[in-house]
Design a protein around this ligand. Sequence first.
Ligand code: G3P
Length: 255
Amino acid sequence: MPRLTEEHDGEREGVRRGRAKPICASRAFLHPMRTPVIVVNFKVYPEVLGRRGWDLAKACAAVADDAGASIVIAPPLADLAHVAKSVRIPVFGQHVDAMEAGARTGWLPPEALREAGAAGTLVNHSERKIPYKNIAAILPRCHALGLEVIACADDLLEAERLARLSPDFIAIEPPELIGGDVSVTSAKPEVVSGAVERIRKANPQVRVLCGAGVKTSKDVRKALELGTVGVLLASGVVKAKDPAKALRELVRGLR
Ligand code: G3P
């Protein structure tokens, strides 16, 4: 697990040398994710590539600080290490590979994510599916490294199968609603509550998130009413004219 003292010493040294002080006052992300939570997946939208993604990460951290809300971000993988050094909210990978570290090119083993400063990772997102056996191989490795895992499921059957692998969270996201303007919580509330029920039966330790089309505090509130511990969303923040304002509005649904 992470070395709190060394990290704090490093931070003091960084501030002494005039480097930017990170946003947020505590290393809360070194502990299990606080719920209820809003997980913002930046994807690789043009709006978040490079510096613009760094700025969005800082805006998300500032909202988390101001509202005292649990907000987790998943920036583009190319920027994860930079973002993880700049903010004090949990930074997750958008994907991880079952590949072992070694003479292999272009893969992302869990160990690399941990070294980059990730607190956890998404896996099996609808836009980055991987075989079930790979998820089974990834999970114990992530857990041994202290990385939390949000496994994504497209439907109830997949959610139930994934629950047997004991990820920390399962995010149920009907692919056809992803990126749209109608929230899964109003278009298909039965899928959300059904996932909560089936996952609980299969493995009561696994907590449930939902996503796809989540854009407002009303959607977030409804997600919690349906039995989830939070939401996984992207376009509602990333594509918003004013992402910080959109996130502040969403956070109101956590209360
Ligand atoms: O990972 C979150 C996602 O797939 C949902 O995207 O744009 O519908 O919030 P969006």
